[in-house]
Every structure is written in structure tokens, then in C-alpha cells.
Design a binder for this molecule. Structure first.
Ligand code: GLU
Length: 427
């Protein structure tokens, strides 16, 4: 059975690179009906912090990546690592140097393996110095604890970042010394920004947490991370985690240029938002409104659902929602200066809006369709192009030159607010 693991060090937040590592291991496990295990690499007692572990686990859950069984903690297994190192000393493969234990590297050999991502890799042992197994403070080295645990956990495949590529030959030598067959290894290229530089804050953020706060859907972030290791073809670019788990084969992993592109993420996010129902988006939108300081006291869910349906196709991120819809939540909404000058300052516009308000006053019901009829009728009667009425009206009721359909907006705002705004008292 395929058994893979994700092995975070709880010394910081979950980076996009680590999230991608977790994701591909998860996809491999779920596609094959195997197991996806967690191992906490908390051997560095100073830098490890349970708070980081909590963040990492909650980010994994948010992304939709579940794991099997309970996580294993390396900090609880120091006696085991020391015992295993002792075994290698007894077998003549390692030696003590004070409190430390070192593995003896046999020179003149070539270590070869088939990397799942890069293909055949060969490394000469002449270039490798003796390896620390146990440090003088009694803690294990990363490479040694990793091999002891991967062997005990029955790991069959290891997908991890390219930053570990130089560790793999050393780990293979440890398996050999224990008389065990090594698992398969695959190293994924470092994630870069669109400019080819190492991913950094200026490309839009490096941790999962940042994208969560920015109003990205987990499905969209996962979707972009998938494309940084596997290209499923143009017709499958937009996919859910479940679809990906169904289609993904580990042999599909490519040595792709892993470029994280914020524009691509925004486009994917819009595509994933479109697929959600207003009810799916409601709790997320409420979070964004609350974060933007909008009070939802007395605001019915039914109203919010209609508003979400109206704006869903216009958002790239959920964070844009509060700003796009501020005219629905306050009367001192932002007003575009250019639009105001263009559409609201001529005497004709003011007069037209006053007349429009008069025609709308007795309207019942006040619905998008009935409002539209009033617009059409008035444009006809006064020989105006509909646009000559629509643009100023949109500016007056929302403060913006673009947005959702004007008639739907008016219905949602309600007659009273619309009349007040058309008559200019709010501007
Ligand atoms: N703790 C290591 C890391 O976060 C794990 C490397 C591995 O997967 O072997 O990079």
C-alpha cells in the first residue's frame, strides 16, 4: 500500500512550498487508496513552537488535506534514535566522537536512484563527508531521524522540495546500513515568482495564512499549487481537490517551471467563486465584512445572499466584496470623483434624476423589472438614450461608474434609499 507522509518542522508558518509538498503527497495517497501520515519534526527544541504546529494543522485542514491517524512527534523519540545509532556503531558503520555519533562514509562509490521528478540522479560519495547521526547534545540530525522514522512508518514514496536533494544520497546510505530498501524519492523544484526570482512577499506572500486572509478560496489556492507540479492540460486547469485526486498519477509529475503567479491565482479564484452558491460563500463574506468593520446588526442573511448573487461574478477575491458593496451598508459610501464630475454636475443630469425619482416614487412593487420599465419609459418620453439616464443614476445611488446591474442594485437598496440618493441629499 502506498504510504506517504508530510513532515513539517513547526518553526514557522506553512509556506506555499510546504503546502504544495503536502498536497502532492496527499494526492498520491488519495488517488491510490493509500495512507497520508503526519510527522512533526520538532527536534529543534529552541525554534519549535506548538503555536506554529497549530497554525500548520489548521492551514492543512483549511486547504482540505486530511491525514490518517495521529501525528508522530520526533521530540518524543530521542531514545529510539540513540539506540539505532548505537546499533550502527556496534555494526562498525558509525563511530562515537565525544557525545556525538557519526556515520562513516565509504569513499569511491556512486549512489544512484531514479528521482520521480528529475529522473536518474548519481552522486559520488567522495564528495560526502562523514555524517552526524546524533549531535553532542543528544538530539538526532535531520537525516538520521528522517530515515529511522520513514522506515518505521513504512513510507513507500517521498515527495519533497528540491532543497532536500543533497540529503537523499546520505539517507540512501543509512537505509543500506540498516539492510533496508529505500523508498522512492521525488524532488519538486523550488517555487519561483513570475520573474523567475525565489518566491517572496513582493510576489504576493509566501504563507498559506496570507492568502486565507486576503479572501482566496482554499480550492483556488490548492488549484494553483497543483499546477506548480503537474500540468493536467488546458481543459482541466480549473479543478477541485477531489477531481485532482481522481486524475492524478505520480508519473504525471513533471520537472515544470514552478512559477507562482498572483494573476493566475486571482483568475482561478474568480473561477472557483463562480462555482460556489451564495450560501457557500455567505460565512466567508460575513468574515470579510466583519474584518472591514461593517456592522451586520439587523442585516438579514436573505439580503446578503441576494447581494452575493449580484456580485459573485465580479469578484476576484472575497476581500473585494466590502468595498464593492459599501453603498449597501452605509450612506457615506465612497464616491468616484471623475464619475461625479462627468455624470452628476450638469443641470440636465440633476433635473433628469429628479424627474426619475418622481416617477419611481409611486412604484409598487419596487423590483428590478418594474424599475427598468420606468427607465425605458422615461427615456422614450424624453427622447433620451437609456445610457444618459443609467450612468448618472448608477453614480447617484452607488458612487461608482461600474458595478452590478443597476436595476437589481436598486431593488436591493430599496425605494427609500434610491429616492434619497437620486434627489442628491446623500451626495
Ligand atoms: N522537516 C523537513 C522539512 O520541512 C522535512 C523534509 C522531508 O520531507 O524529508 O523540510
Amino acid at each position: 500500500m502506498v504510504t506517504v507522509r508530510f513532515a513539517p518542522s513547526p518553526t514557522g508558518f506553512l509556506h506555499l512550498g510546504s503546502a504544495r509538498t503536502a498536497l502532492f503527497n496527499w494526492l498520491h495517497a488519495r488517488h491510490t487508496g493509500g495512507r497520508f501520515l503526519l510527522r512533526v519534526e520538532d527536534t529543534d527544541r529552541v525554534r519549535s513552537d506548538p503555536r506554529f504546529l497549530e497554525e500548520i494543522l489548521s492551514d492543512l485542514r483549511w486547504l482540505g488535506l486530511d491525514w490518517d491517524g495521529e501525528p508522530l512527534f520526533q521530540s518524543r523519540r530521542f531514545p529510539l534514535y540513540r539506540q539505532k545509532a548505537g546499533d550502527l556503531v556496534a555494526a562498525g558503520r558509525a563511530y562515537r566522537e565525544g557525545e556525538a555519533v557519526l556515520f562513516r562514509i565509504e569513499k569511491g562509490r556512486t549512489i544512484e536512484y531514479d528521482d520521480i521528478v528529475h529522473g536518474r540522479i548519481a552522486v559520488r560519495t567522495d564528495d560526502i563527508k562523514d555524517q552526524v547521526l546524533i549531535k553532542s547534545d543528544g538530539s538526532p540530525s535531520y537525516n538520521f531521524a528522517c530515515v529511522v522514522d520513514d522506515a518505521e512508518m513504512g513510507i513507500t514514496d517521498i515527495l519533497r522540495g528540491d532543497d532536500h536533494i543533497s540529503n537523499t544520497p546520505k539517507q540512501i546510505l543509512f537505509y543500506e546500513a540498516f539492510g533496508l530498501a529505500p523508498p522512492r524519492f521525488g524532488h519538486m523544484p523550488l517555487i519561483l515568482g513570475p520573474d523567475g526570482a525565489k518566491l517572496s512577499k513582493r510576489h504576493g506572500g509566501v504563507s498559506v495564512e496570507e492568502y486565507r486572509k486576503e479572501g482566496y478560496l482554499p480550492g483556488a489556492l490548492v488549484n494553483h499549487l497543483i499546477l506548480l507540479g503537474w500540468y493536467p492540460g488546458e481543459e482541466h486547469e480549473v479543478m477541485t481537490l477531489e477531481e485532482a485526486a481522481r486524475m492524478f498519477e505520480i508519473s504525471h509529475m513533471g520537472d515544470v517551471q514552478a512559477k507562482f503567479d498572483l494573476q493566475k491565482l486571482r483568475w482561478l479564484n474568480a473561477a472557483h467563486i463562480m462555482k460556489k452558491t451564495a450560501a457557500d460563500l455567505l460565512p466567508l463574506v460575513k468574515d470579510q465584512l466583519a474584518a472591514a468593520g461593517v456592522s451586520l446588526a439587523g442585516v438579514a442573511d436573505e439580503f446578503l445572499l441576494k447581494l452575493i448573487d449580484l456580485y459573485k461574478i465580479r469578484m476576484k477575491t472575497l476581500r473585494e466584496f466590502p468595498e464593492m458593496t459599501d453603498c449597501f451598508f452605509r450612506d457615506d459610501y465612497a464616491v468616484e470623483e471623475g464619475g461625479k464630475r462627468k455624470y452628476l454636475e450638469s443641470p440636465e443630469s440633476v433635473e433628469n434624476l429628479r424627474l426619475l425619482a418622481a416617477r419611481l416614487e409611486g412604484l409598487a412593487p419596487f423590483s428590478a423589472a418594474s424599475v427598468e420599465d420606468v427607465f425605458r419609459k422615461m427615456a422614450e418620453d424624453r427622447n433620451l438614450k437609456p445610457a444618459a439616464l443609467i450612468h448618472p443614476a448608477r453614480m447617484a445611488v452607488s458612487g461608482r461608474t461600474s458595478g452590478a446591474g443597476l436595476f437589481e442594485m436598486m431593488e436591493l437598496l430599496g425605494k427609500e434609499k434610491v429616492l434619497t440618493r437620486l434627489r442628491g441629499t446623500a451626495l
